[in-house]
Write a protein that binds this ligand. Structure first.
Ligand code: SAH
Ligand code: AVI
Length: 399
């Protein structure tokens, strides 16, 4: 299994053990060593000790595939590559610090931003049917492990968790996100709602760390160290797959298929193509929340890379690209200006009117989703939409 690293990253390797320090850390508020003070005779607990301790106390574990150092290195590599490219571009992953996640939460409540409401309505109508479909098709009568990529607050996921727990098969919930704080809160909430469920939160970057996901090879009954004969459900909700380029989507879907094994299922949320005016309004709301979300990327670079972006010098732009069928968010420089990025020892010039792309958000239709899934080894089994057909949830099984 290979673990992908953005081009040019230091430490790029195909050996997960070699290039990704993996550690389990206790949930906030839990004592690091179970309360026992360190003394010369007390062995410093290893990450495995801590994880075992928390499990035995009924706690949640957090595994870090993206340590603070790796986050800093990945952000630096992405920023250097993007700010020196022509045209300039930054990956949307870096929107999501605490402020960015909070702003995204506000976006989901805006009148113009329909995707969250539409997906919630689909989940509310079909969560039980989904659990039944999994029970019918997956080995062991359902999903034993439920992984959620880009989980955020896991707010909509609660409906799914309730339906899956009701099947009596679900043992483990694995929320996976780049934002450790939001992840920790979401994992704690899931654990509180379902005390019998093991919650194993993973801080990671789905562009790099999917190969490290703790998934059972569901199609291999009795596989050592796995929950063997039960299936795995991977959910990727919210339309976040549309924030990846087509080649990145294909790589991720293929890697998920390999990791989930023959007993794997994938629940994929995709926003659908519609009237461009509605699409642009969803990404350029009248209250200016999306503009603040977009500019927050510059705040992240200022704080984490010692840059001196003047946020007032950049205008928010949202545009529909009919050829690629995606929304593009950009930041447009409103004057000639120079930005110093001390952490990269880099000076970047922006011309008046120059635009830097910060996000694509691709929109889909059923044939496109089915084709992309099939190319990665997934068979589309169910396609559910909201009544207005704004958004779709696809349930696919490993071929
Ligand atoms: N699934 C939630 C949140 C969507 S917002 C919903 O449907 O509402 C996108 C989420 O993906 C954020 O929580 C963000 O932190 C996370 N994310 C963005 N890029 C990521 C990456 N490269 N790896 C892991 N998580 C990422
Ligand atoms: C997370 N993702 C699916 C959102 C989207 O709609 O592409 C991010 C977002 N960007 C602007 N508004 C919301």
């Amino acid at each position: 299994m290979t673990s992908r690293t953005p081009t040019g990253l230091p430490g790029s390797s195909t050996s997960p053990a070699a290039d990704h320090a993996t550690s389990s850390t206790p949930v906030r508020g839990e004592p690091r060593d179970g309360g026992a003070p360190h003394s010369p005779r007390t062995r410093v607990p290893t990450p495995a000790d801590v994880a075992a301790l928390l499990r035995s106390r009924g706690g949640m574990t957090i595994e870090r595939h993206l340590t603070d150092d790796q986050r800093a290195a990945t952000l630096a590599a992405d920023a250097r590559a993007g700010l020196t490219a022509a045209p300039k571009e930054l990956p949307p992953t870096w929107f999501y610090d605490a402020t960015g996640s909070m702003l995204f939460g506000k976006i989901t409540e805006l009148p113009e931003y329909y995707p969250t409401r539409a997906e919630r309505s689909i989940l509310s109508a079909h969560a039980a049917g989904l659990a039944a479909a999994l029970a019918e098709t997956l080995p062991g009568g359902g999903a034993g492990t439920f992984v959620e990529l880009g989980s955020g607050t896991s707010e909509k996921t609660r409906m799914l968790l309730t339906a899956l727990v009701a099947t009596g098969r679900l043992r483990r919930f694995v929320p996976f996100d780049v934002d450790a704080d939001t992840l920790s809160r979401a994992g704690t909430a899931a654990r509180a709602a379902h005390p019998g469920l093991a919650v194993h939160a993973v801080v990671g970057d789905f562009r790099q760390h999917v190969g490290l996901l703790p998934l059972a090879d569901a199609g291999t009954p009795g596989a050592a160290g796995t929950d063997a004969a039960t299936g795995v459900l991977v959910a990727f909700l919210g339309g976040t797959i549309g924030n990846l380029r087509p080649d990145e989507r294909q790589t991720l879907l293929t890697e998920l298929r390999e990791r989930a094994g023959r007993g794997g299922a994938l629940l994929l949320g995709t926003d659908l193509v519609k009237d461009p005016d509605r699409l642009v309004a969803a990404y350029d709301d009248s209250a200016g929340v999306t503009a603040a979300f977009n500019r927050n990327l510059l705040t992240v670079l200022n704080r984490e890379l010692g840059a001196d972006f003047d946020l007032r010098g950049f205008a928010h732009v949202a545009r529909w690209d009919p050829d690629n069928r995606w929304i593009e968010m950009r930041l447009r420089s409103i004057r000639d200006q120079t930005v110093r990025v001390a952490g990269l020892d880099l000076t970047v010039s922006f011309a008046d009117g120059e635009e830097m792309r910060t996000e694509i958000s691709a929109k889909f239709d059923r044939p496109t989703v089915a084709r992309e899934l099939a190319a990665a080894g997934w068979r589309l089994a169910h396609w559910w939409t909201d009544p207005d057909e704004d958004f779709a949830l696809s349930l696919a099984f490993a071929e």
